[in-house]
Structures are given as structure tokens and as C-alpha cells.
Design a protein around this ligand. Sequence first.
Ligand SMILES: [Zn+2]
Length: 438
Amino acid sequence: MYRLLVVCFSLFISGLTFASAAPKNIILLIGDGMGEAEIALARAYEFNGDAGMFVDTMKNQGSVIVKQFMVADPSKIEFAGSSGSGGTTISTGYRTSENRIAVSAVDGSHYKTIMEEAQERGFKTGLVTTANIADATPATFAAHSQNRYCYVQGLSACDQFGDIPTVEQFLDHNVDVMLGGGYNFLPVGEAGGGTIREKAIAHGYKVVTDREALLELEAGTKTFGLFSDGHMPVEWVGPGGRGADFIKVDDYLRANRKVIFPEPAACELNPEHKGMPKLEEMSKFALDSLKNDDEGFFLMIEGASIDKQSHEANACGTIGEMLAFDRTVKIAVDYAKKNGDTAVIVTADHGGPTQVIYRPASFGRGVIREQIPGLYQRLLTKGGHELAVHYGTNNYDDQSHSGVNVPIFTYGLDNPELLTGTIQQTEIYGVMKNFLFN
Ligand SMILES: [Zn+2]
């Protein structure tokens, strides 16, 4: 009799366990414009090229093919991507064209995003970025528009296709936690006749605009936190605030077949970053807030200015943001190890323009200015080595993306092999969907 009771009790317990599978969580970290070159740059500066980045410890790793459709003719492929199209491909499984946010490149019809589907199923959701909150990458998870620059009403970008402004879509979406830059949006009007701040409050958000207020909030508070006017100031700047420079050649040097290279120097802290919440702090708040035993969550965290700083040919800016992003990846993996049932996926939307090159003397043979393209920076690494960085997609500080494959690192997936080896960017969506919903 006793044995029978034990058996019945065990069956009851195992039945319960089976019926209430633990909720699943995904922490998706997107390093904007984070190709292997941007990781290599940070690794060289901080760790002498040794495997000191946290992502270097993540053994489930793949290589992602990035491409997008051409704006003028969506039947044609472009072999370098951008944030709107890359984010859309990750969030929906569909490729699109530059500047489009979770819509078709052909007719603007909406693609449902993984975050929208998670919300419909009761998951909690969060968006964390160092860009303005409505920038392309977070937008591709909780908005749909044909012009990524339609952030709020009154911008000419909204007129082009009549898109609903991204910030209004975010608030109507009731994403549980949104943290980033862009407090200049708060006083702007919205469709209901009030301001963005009033709309957020009406939707039950606590609106915060500084680090102290964020850190004082109770975890779980529905939060709209915007901490700078536009994109958040980056952690590091170049020596003396300078990014990469032209290589100088004058008549004397030309005659003597010599060129002047910028002197190598160390990166510096950006004074403007002081007082900003760090990406780690925003991410920790989001994780603490979304954690729940009933529903699970989907959280997207973006290191946005890895990309923005390499556009500006500012190697130190990229390095500082890359290291902050890498520390945040560790926080996400630690969370997954501690709490279980959590997959961490780390990838990029597209590659950037950064090139780590070797000794600058290789330019010495070409002493005509026109033969020395792009911008150039020499850094003195933490280990005292010279690090040479080149930006050559044009001759001014608005460098282009590049068509390199981007890395993907994962932790905690049931089938990690699906995202190893060489994969298409479209494949990430299906793996996330399977993990969360099956
Ligand atoms: Zn970019």
C-alpha cells in the first residue's frame, strides 16, 4: 500500500512537472556593426590580442552571411547590410532593404516580429540601447515603418510613407522596459493630442531621465528611461578627443619619399559619458525587471555605438563601446547560468569599416597624397604596443558598412549546432522562435 502511494505520488509530481514546463527567456545582444574586425580591434587594444574578451569564451560560435535588398529595385541584392534591414532579418526572418523597419522591401507590408509574437503569448519584453531609443535596431523589434528616421511627429521622414512614429508605436506596444537615449522626444506631440511624456505616463510607464532615478526604481517597474538628448555619449574618445586623421604629405616629404603619421597614443575616457547609466546597469535593471516565474521574457540589448563610432573613424570610441558590450554579454550569460531556461544570442546586424593593419611603413612607397586613401590612427595599447587602424571606405568621417560575415555566439540553446558554422542571417529568427515557443 505504501509503495503504491509512493508510486501514485511520484506520478502526480512528474505529471505536474510535465504540465507546467518552465517559461523560457531569450536575451538577444546585438553589437551594431560588430564584425570580427571590431572585436579584433578591442581585443588588440585591451588584451594584446590574447583571448581576453568574454565572447572569446563562448564556444558555440557561427559566421553569419549578411545581405539586403536594393531600395530602388528589391529584386536586386546588396552584399553589405544596414541596421534597419539586419535588425528586421533577425527579428522577423525576412530580409528587407536599407532603412526599412520590419516591413517588406517590395510593398511595405508588415512582418510580425519575434517580440510581438512573444508579447501575444504573454511574455514580458524589453529593449535596451545606447542609441536613441527609437533608432533602427530597437525599432525592428516593436515597430513597423518604411523610413527608420520617423521617430516622432513633425519629422520629414514621417511624411515620405506616412509611417506612425516609432516612439508612439513603442508605447502602444507596451514594451515593459525601454532604456536608451532620446529624452528630446518627451516634449514632442503625439497623435492623441498630448506629449510623448504624457502618453508614456498614460500607458503606465514610469519615465526617468537620469541614472540615479533609474537605479532607485524598484525592479519590475514598467519603465521608459531616456538618459540623453539623442544617442548616449560613448565611454571612450581618442587621444586628445581625436579620431583617425589624414596622413600628411607635403612637398618636402614628397621629395624625400616620407609621410607623417599621427603619433601613437592611448584612448581616453569621454568626460561626456560621466553620469550616464552604463550599458551593464541598464541591462541589469531590465533583467531584474523582466524576470518572472510565469511567462518568460524576450530582451534585446544593443551596443549601438560600436557602429556609430566606426562611421566617424573613431577607433577608441568603438573600442570603449565594444568592451562595454562584451561585459554586458557576460552579465547575460551569468544570468542564464544562474536562472536556467534562458538562451543568450550575441550577434551583429552588419559589418563595419574598421581595418586593423600592420606597420604604417607600407604606405611609404606611395608618397602622392592621392595614393594614401582614407583615415588613419595609431594607438598605444594597454600593453604598450602600437596598434594601427585604418578607415578606407572614403576620405572623410562618414565611413561605410562592409559586407563581411558577422559572428554569432550562443549560450543555453537546446540545439546550438543550428547556429554554428556558416549560416544565413534569416536562420536566427526560427531558432529563437523554436526555443521560446516549442
Ligand atoms: Zn551604421
